[in-house]
Design a protein around this ligand. Structure first.
Ligand code: ADP
Length: 215
């Protein structure tokens, strides 16, 4: 039986393409999971994909594990290796929610190239914005699970985010005009509702889309 379409789902049935940008602890994973289910598109998390390579002790996993454990970014070419084919396939299928990628300007350029190749560039970039104190508290309180949730590593991951990933905010706002900022210090339900509220302003409903790859 077809699942009922929400008012937001309806006009975008040809595929929603979103990118979530935000610091560690901003809730990218939680929101990306919900958005991907809502729009029925692939959820691509480079953190999850890399952790899976590490868990399976693949050659790629062995190359990335020390970067991840110390809170540093994995080198672009290794991240691109894990995401390239999956992003291309998702873009060809019409939709995706990217979570944790891109994280550098080089990766953003790469993501754009891959999506263009499929004629399916991103519709909207959602910046999940929260103060460092909120992020740190959240990361410390979930700290039993992931081995990169030690206090020193958390501090380093936030530093790396501010130094290397925040320039992407300007890239998407100024160069591509597709950025929307949501207050990520609210509850997960409120953040989700805020994202769905913002989307119609950035993503033209069916019939009014720009030409494919038009951004
Ligand atoms: P968080 O956003 O909480 O740091 P992720 O699961 O997105 O969690 O990432 C965990 C780790 O995986 C990062 O600290 C980094 O080492 C690596 N990583 C994930 N995505 C990327 C990326 N796009 N570029 C470089 N490293 C990445």
């Amino acid at each position: 039986m077809a699942r009922p379409l929400s008012p937001v789902h309806g006009p975008y049935h040809r595929g929603m393409r979103l990118l979530l940008l935000g610091a560690p602890g901003s809730g990218k994973g939680t929101q990306a999971t919900r958005l991907a289910a809502h729009f029925d598109v692939a959820h691509l998390s480079t953190g999850e994909l890399l952790r899976d390579e590490v868990a399976r002790a693949t050659p790629l996993g062995e190359k990335v594990v020390s970067f991840m454990l110390s809170g540093e970014l994995v080198p672009d070419e290794l991240v691109e290796e894990v995401i390239h084919d999956r992003l291309l396939a998702a873009a060809r299928a019409g939709g995706y929610v990217l979570d944790g990628f891109p994280r550098t300007v080089h990766q953003a350029e790469e993501a754009y190239k891959i999506a263009r190749e499929a004629g399916a560039t991103v519709h909207a970039v959602i910046l999940l914005d929260a103060p460092d104190e909120v992020l740190t508290e959240r990361l410390l309180s979930r700290a039993q699970g992931r081995s990169d949730d030690e206090p020193d590593t958390i501090r380093r991951r936030l530093e790396v985010y501010h130094a290397i990933t925040t320039p992407l905010i300007d890239y998407y706002r100024d160069d591509r005009g597709v950025l929307v900022t949501v207050d990520a210090s609210q509850s997960p339900d409120s953040v989700y509702a805020a994202i769905l509220d913002e989307l119609p302003q950035l993503v033209p409903p069916v019939g009014l889309e720009p030409t494919p790859g038009g951004f």
